[in-house]
Structure formats: structure tokens, C-alpha cells
Write a protein that binds this ligand. Structure first.
Ligand SMILES: Cc1cc2nc3c(=O)[nH]c(=O)nc-3n(C[C@H](O)[C@H](O)[C@H](O)COP(=O)(O)OP(=O)(O)OC[C@H]3O[C@@H](n4cnc5c(N)ncnc54)[C@H](O)[C@@H]3O)c2cc1C
Length: 454
């Protein structure tokens, strides 16, 4: 077991705090190692720190990185499932399963998250409208509880603990192993339709009409454009490519259709100034929109389609020393007017959002604190430390909560206890389950203290 005093942040690099960072195997932790380390500030699990704010930090307390064991990825090809140690990353997992014809049921926009982090945030992907969130595909969880016991649970054996843990931000216990469904694939490519859409209303119409034809669908949206260009977008929709489709569209890919070895480029160096200012973002958005063909049908690699940002290591450093916030909310489908008003507000305020994506969510998974619910979800990046950001986000919060929407805890660095209580109607139920399995508050994080989740 390694212990190191470390200043930690989330991916947005906004609120550092110093913790005892412990890297340990399950055997070391269950042999009482964690107990010996934990004091009144408690402990929290950390995966790869890809949540944006402070859920995987615990200032003054312990942060635990669970090291995978000797045989961390076990595929059951007959059942179509994988049982994976929670500290395994999607990068490691995909390198193991794609070459043998499987894909994860849900992937976020980066491969650098762990399976434990995926369950704790109940992550969603481009296929949420079709397949729901990651938690909907989990069959069994291994857990290390606050009292030191190890448990193996299912939705049937322990429904309360199960639905408090899926989306529970690590606050019910340490997830040690996850069994989940896989998707069979014939190739490492997707067949993708890409289309330029001139404004928000056209985009909404298009997504409503065509999402059901594709497993994956998401729109990049230009939040700088105003007037008749408000909400202009690039919509991309796809499915996994079959060998027949490759024969027609990309015969050169047929020689080794399941090879998967995504390139990893050098990291952005530490200490670069913020280059993603308003001018740069405006220019980037213009270029991105114009360079996209009006309509295109073709193949893209899994990496290009799902994880293009992973091509640049540590890209969050491009926001300079203040870091950045990611703001993600969902509003019901009936609240299209509010969605339009939010896009107008952001574009009108002149804050530059380099990355903004719009997506339609499908059914909820059942997680008490899971974020996705049926409706429109918008995600935007905003540089921290710029004037007027707090009042803009406050204004957006009121609009979101006013129509029964909510914010994603894995992206949050700004919410208040009131905002979370309003957005998550099952919060008190969740707290009661949490107290029943952790009466002394052994699991605690900066976010949990900030949002009054303990
Ligand atoms: C570029 C980028 C794109 C992204 N795209 C998406 C997206 O499309 N959809 C989406 O849903 N999210 C997305 N995310 C967010 C990301 O998927 C989640 O924040 C995810 O939880 C990060 O996983 P992690 O392993 O880094 O966990 P961390 O950030 O380290 O931790 C996140 C939470 O999980 C808990 N946790 C981690 N491991 C365990 C464990 N073993 N047991 C119990 N709790 C644990 C932590 O305590 C913490 O509360 C994106 C993030 C980035 C940086």
C-alpha cells in the first residue's frame, strides 16, 4: 500500500485540496488497511479523476485509488458479460475486449475513466436515448463497506443499496468489482451520418425525427452564434459497422476489422496560459461548422467517433491556471422553450464555450441520484475566473430547476445543497440508505460536504 500527501483536483482543476492518497489492492484494504488510515474526515474512492469538480477529493482525509488485481478483466463470451475490477480503465478494457468482438454498453466521451467511476456516476453516452445509462447494464457489484465487510450485491438481492450506489458518487462504499453486459461488434468502426444544422429549432426537429434510427446520436452546438444562427450545430448519428457495411464503405478496413490500438499523443504541458478565450473559441466554432460537409455518410473509427478528445493528453490545461467548469443539465422534453432561452442567454452573455453538446436522454436507470432522465441535456465548458460567470450560472440554475430539471453531479463544481435537493426528489431516500450502511460517515468527499450529502 502506498500513501502520499497530494493536492488533488478534478478535471476542471478549480478547487484543489490536500489528502492522503492511498493506492492499495482490495486485499490490503480489507485486511484493515483503510480502517487504520481513516479519521473523522473519512475516505473516498478515486478513479482517474475525470469528474470535473470535487467528488473524488477529500481535503484533510483519505482518497483511495483501488489497484486492479492479477486477472482484472474476465469476459464470459457465452453470457455476453464482463466481470471487471473497479480500478480498470475503459482504455484498458477496450484494448482487451474490442479485438475479441465486444464493446462496452455505454461509453463517456473519454476512455480515461474507471469502471468504478462509471458506476458511481451512472455515466451516459451517445446511446442514452436507445440504451439508457451504464447502471442499466450492470448485473452484479462487489463492494467494500464502511464496516469492513465485503459484499456481492444485485438489484434483486439488495435493491436499496444497489440503487443508492449506482449514481451514488462513491458515498455508499467502495465498488470493488462490476459485472455488466457487453455489446457484440463486428468491427472497430461505426457507420456515421454527419449533418450541418443551421439553427436550434431545426436541430430539435431533426433529432426528434431521426434519433430512433441510430444507436448513437449527439450534436455539437455553437454557443457563440446568435440571431438566425442561434444554436447552429453539427449533428452526428451512428451505429456499429457490420462487415457487410465495411465491404461497401471502407473495404480497406476488412483486413483486420477488430484491431484496436488508439494512438496516445503527448500531454499539453503544465503552465500554458488560457488559449481557449472568446476570440479563439469563436474562430474554432466558425471553422468547425464550415469544415463539416453539409451532409456526409461514411465510417469512423471507434476512437474518432467516441473519444476524439483523448487524442490530446491533459487538454484541460489549455484553460490556463484558473481551470474551467463544465455545466451539464437536463430539462424535460416539454421544456423546449426553456432550452431555447438558456441557449439564447449563454450566446447573449458572450461567455465562450469551446465544447457544447446537446443530446436527447431516454429512460432513467433507477439510481436515486442518477442524473439522466427523459429530456434534453446540454453540456458546456466555461473558463473559470471570468467576470459574471457566477451570475450567469445562477440564472441558468433558476431556469433549469424551474422546469423540473437537474444538474449532473459528476460535472458539478458550483451547485449548492438547495440546487441538488430541488433537482433530485429522491435525495432524502438516498440519504437514509447511505446512513443505514455508513452510520458514522466513513465515506466522505469535498463534494459531499459542499452539497450537504452526508
Ligand atoms: C473528456 C471527458 C468526457 C466525458 N464525457 C462524459 C460523458 O459523455 N458522459 C458521462 O456520463 N460522463 C462523462 N464524463 C465524466 C466522467 O465519465 C465521470 O466523471 C466518471 O465518473 C469519471 O470516472 P473516474 O474513474 O475518473 O472517476 P473519478 O472522477 O475519480 O470519481 C468520480 C466519482 O466516482 C467515485 N468512484 C470512483 N471509483 C470508485 C469506486 N471504485 N468505488 C466507489 N466510487 C468510486 C468517486 O468517489 C467520485 O465520486 C467525461 C469526462 C471527461 C473528462
Amino acid at each position: 500500500m502506498e500513501i502520499e500527501r497530494r493536492s488533488l483536483t478534478g478535471w476542471g482543476r478549480t478547487a484543489p485540496s490536500v489528502s492522503a492518497l492511498v493506492s492499495a489492492t482490495l486485499d490490503e484494504l480489507s485486511a484493515g488497511g483503510l480502517d487504520a488510515l481513516t479519521d473523522s474526515r473519512g475516505a473516498i474512492a478515486r478513479g482517474l479523476g475525470r469528474s470535473y469538480g470535487d467528488p473524488a477529493q477529500n481535503g484533510g482525509g483519505v482518497v483511495v485509488e483501488l489497484e486492479p488485481g492479477d486477472d482484472p478483466i474476465r469476459v464470459d463470451a457465452v453470457a455476453g458479460t464482463a466481470s471487471v475490477d473497479a480500478g480498470v480503465s475503459f482504455d484498458q478494457l477496450l484494448r482487451a475486449i474490442v479485438p475479441v468482438g465486444w464493446f462496452v454498453p455505454v461509453t463517456p466521451g473519454t476512455r480515461f475513466v474507471t469502471v468504478g467511476g462509471a458506476v458511481a456516476s451512472d455515466i451516459h453516452g451517445k446511446n442514452h436515448h436507445a440504451d439508457g445509462s451504464f447502471g442499466a447494464h450492470v448485473r452484479r457489484l462487489g463492494m467494500l463497506m464502511a464496516d469492513g465487510s465485503q459484499r456481492s450485491i444485485t438489484a434483486e438481492s439488495d435493491p436499496d443499496l444497489w440503487w443508492a450506489t449506482i449514481g451514488g458518487m462513491g458515498l455508499t462504499g467502495l465498488i470493488t468489482e462490476v459485472t455488466f453486459d457487453l455489446i457484440p461488434i463486428e468491427s472497430r468502426h461505426c457507420v456515421v451520418d454527419t449533418e450541418r444544422v443551421p439553427n436550434l429549432d431545426a436541430l430539435i426537429e431533426k433529432m426528434e425525427a431521426s434519433d430512433h434510427l441510430y444507436r448513437y446520436s449527439v450534436a455539437w452546438i455553437d454557443l457563440v452564434a446568435t440571431g438566425r444562427h442561434l444554436g447552429r450545430s453539427v449533428l452526428s448519428m451512428g451505429n456499429h459497422a457490420t462487415l457487410d457495411e465495411l465491404t461497401e464503405l471502407d473495404p480497406s478496413a476488412l483486413s483486420s476489422p477488430l484491431d484496436f490500438d488508439p494512438p496516445v499523443l503527448p500531454d499539453v504541458p503544465a503552465g500554458v496560459p488560457n488559449v481557449l478565450n472568446r476570440l479563439a473559441v469563436r474562430a474554432f466554432n466558425e471553422l468547425w461548422y464550415r469544415k463539416t460537409p453539409r451532409r456526409h455518410h461514411g465510417t469512423e473509427s471507434l476512437t474518432g467517433f467516441f473519444h476524439p478528445l483523448d487524442m490530446v493528453g491533459q487538454w484541460s490545461r489549455l484553460y490556463g491556471r484558473h481551470g474551467f467548469l463544465q455545466y451539464q443539465f437536463v430539462v424535460p422534453f416539454s421544456a423546449v422553450d426553456t432550452l431555447r432561452r438558456i441557449v439564447e442567454t449563454i450566446a447573449g452573455e458572450g461567455h465562450a464555450s469551446f465544447l457544447a453538446v446537446l443530446k436527447r436522454f431516454g429512460d432513467e436507470s433507477g439510481g436515486m441520484l442518477s442524473f439522466p432522465r427523459p429530456g434534453w441535456t446540454l453540456t458546456l465548458d466555461l473558463p473559470a475566473g471570468v467576470d459574471g460567470l457566477g451570475s450567469l450560472l445562477g440564472e441558468l440554475d433558476d431556469l433549469v430547476l424551474g422546469v423540473g430539471g437537474r444538474h449532473y453531479l459528476a460535472k458539478d463544481a458550483f451547485a449548492t445543497p438547495e440546487v441538488v435537493a430541488c433537482g433530485y426528489p429522491r435525495l432524502e431516500e438516498w440519504k437514509a440508505v447511505r446512513r443505514s450502511v455508513d452510520p458514522d460517515g466513513a465515506w466522505a468527499s469535498d463534494q459531499a460536504r459542499r452539497l450537504d450529502l452526508l
